[in-house]
Every structure is written in structure tokens, then in C-alpha cells.
Design a protein around this ligand. Sequence first.
Ligand code: ZN
Length: 461
Amino acid sequence: MKRFEAELTPVREPGGIGRMHVRLTLFGADARAGDELARIRRRTVGVPGAEPLGTAVSDELGALPFVLKEWEEYPVCYLGVYAGRAARGPVVIEYDVAAGSRPDHGRHGPYFEWAAESGGVSGPGFAFLMAPAGFSGALSLVWHRERLEEGDRCVCTWGEGNLALDGPAELLTDCYYMLGPVRSVTEGEFGLYWLTEPDFDAQSLAAFTRDLFARMQAFFLDDRQVYRVFMREDHTETSGGTALRRSYMFGWNRRRQVSQVKRQILLAHEMVHNWPHLNDEPYGVTTWYSEGTAEYYSLLLPLRAGLISREQALRELQERTDAYYTNPTRHLSNMEAARAAWEDRRAQRLSYGRGLFYLAGADRRIRRASGGRVSLDDVVRALILKDRQGVTLGNQVYLDTVRGLCGLDETEALHAMCEGKDFAPDADSLDALFTVTPYDTAEQDTGKPAVSYRWGLRRER
Ligand SMILES: [Zn+2]
């Protein structure tokens, strides 16, 4: 019987939870000399995780000699623990991690650090947790609270306190954790959690997020309950969000204030990431789809639900349009953009605008081809169902699904978008709520002439 158990002992120190002892037990590992026992991500898209300190490995025979090896699988750098001899019985790996802070170097990476904040710590599991590669089976998460104080809480995406799950080890690594004096708004298995009191109304944001989650869940044909949102203060010059399984981290910023609507749409974007995606290997090949659907539905679903107004959606749409059509890197192909993404913020943003305007156009073409019978919504839902049936989704499956539902061949339009060719937004896209006209403007940074598009509200409807 295969089982993977993670025992975590966070240690409260005078300044907060600085350190945590990690003890992992691999039952039924059957490792031979030279086998990889477990691995941890050292860096993900350039963002460092916590360093495992004082690593020790043992089994029934006592100390188990091991070798550490580091390697790169872009965009992740791994550190692996390899057995120095054949293991007997359960293998135990122990180490300590220390919480860092989100580095204030002006670089806009995703929220992947194991970061200290207001006496607690938060971050993704893969920032501190080693796990056996390819493991699937019984998982347990055990919190040892003896070094914590009364009010300290231990929360992760799957719930608060000790947990037993069944599935891949990624359930424990690809989710968010938050420990310490955590505050929250919860309802059943939905919750919003934070350590630093934000400078906006967290209660109303929680209510918006909960309502939107219920609608999105129905829209994306999902009946599972768990969904948790974590918030942290971001000290860089930005706010943002990063989605993992059934959860995301929302970063807010004191120095650069954003409106509540912007915050809501950002939260909506991260939430959409829970559902539509295609297999993104090699990295960047389908990012247009995950970011494009997140952009498309974070505007349209709150709008259709009446959670934001058409005027508010229009302002957001205009910003996205100008951001894409004046981006000096907009002629990079998707794969070139992926390679440059974490060095050049502008290239990283390409998949958002490109995906949004391509999908909006595809929706229009799909409706036209099917006489209004089929829309992009049906394609996205059909892909979600295929994913559940175990189909590996990629660009070709997307094209086949469109063709299967309405006979339309999107190959040429998709390739043009993937290669960074110019294409204009479609006036009748986006539920035909808006008008659009081209206008002359200048590229960001370079000032070179560029053509962007101005949206207006359609009056006749
Ligand atoms: Zn996104």
C-alpha cells in the first residue's frame, strides 16, 4: 500500500513563524540504490522556494546515505534526493525550511515564495515540500502544533488542520498554505484568508468572490465544493494573482491602489484558471488558452451575472486592448514570448491580450458558422468534459472540438495568433455589447506608430 505522509511542525519565534520542521514518510517506496526518493522545486519561473536545511534520510536500517542533485526542466529548477543504497521499509526524509520575504526587487513574478508576513507565513506547497515524483495514492498532512500559540491556524487549500486525501502528491504541493494568526471569511468549503489586514473591505470582496464562484462553478460544470482564496500584501509596485489547484493567492499593494472593480476582475481572472486549460508542454504552447479564457470570462461572466456594469467592463476592455495593441513585443510568436516571459514583463503579458481577442473572435466565428446554435462557451465546456475523460488536451484537440461542434476550421486563425501576426478585434464579439473602431496611437516604450482599437457601448440593444 503506497502512502505519503507529510508532518509539519511550524515554530513560533519572537518575530513570527520563522522556521518549520518537515518530516516526510514514504511508505512502500521500494527504492534501490540510485533511485530518486523525492524532489523539491528550487525555483519556479525564476522565483526561489525555501531552501531545505539539514536534510536527513533514514529507513528501518537507520541513516540512509543520499545524494542531492539539481537540474533544470524549464521553467522549473528541481533538487532531487537520491538513495545511496537500497531502502528497507518506510523512508523518512527530514529537513527544516525558513520563511523568506517576497523580495522587493521590482520583478513581477507569480506568488511562489514561502513568504513571512505579519507573524505568519504563506506560499505554495512546492515552495517548501519535497514529494516523490509521480506518486499517487493515500496522502496525509499532519500538523504538530506544539511550537505554535493559541491563535495560530494552519490552513491549506484543502482545509484547516490535519487532512487525509487520495490522489497525486501534487494535491499537497500544488496548493496554497497559510499559517499563523490567520483571519478569514468562510462558508462551508469556501474561504478567503489573510494575515495582514488589507486597506480595503475584505468582507465585501469575499462576498463577491463567493457569489462569483457559485456562478463560475455552474458555468464550468463543476460540482466539487472546495475553493479557498489567500491574500497577501505585495510590497512590489503591483498587485496580482496566482492560481493553483482549487485556490489562488491574491496580492494587494498599498502603494499602487486599484479600484474595487479591478480587484474583483483580477480575482475573477484567477478563479477562471481553476477550469479551462490545455496541456502546456512545452511551456507556452497553450498559455494563450488559459490566459485568454481567464481574460475573456473574467469580464463576461461577472457582466452576464450583473456583478459588474457594462461601463465598468468597457473600461477594463479598453485597457486590455491598448495594453495588447501597443505592446512592442506583440509580434513575437507564442513560443518566443514564453521563452522571454519571465525576463520581459511585456512578453509575459502577450498571451493575455492575444488569447482574449483571439477567443472573442473565435466565439463570433463559431456563432456565425452554427447560425447561433453553438458558442465558445460550448467549446470550452466540451474541452472540460474531454479532460475529465482523460484526453490530453492541446491545440489540435481545441481545433477538432470546434470543428466537431460547428464544422468551422479555425486552423488558420489559430496559427496566425500563435505566430504573432496582426489581427483586429471583432466588433460583433463579446456578446455583441460593444462597438469598436481602430485609431492611431503609439507603442509603449518605443513611441513608434501603432494602431489600437476604441470600444464603445452599443446603443441599439
Ligand atoms: Zn492568468
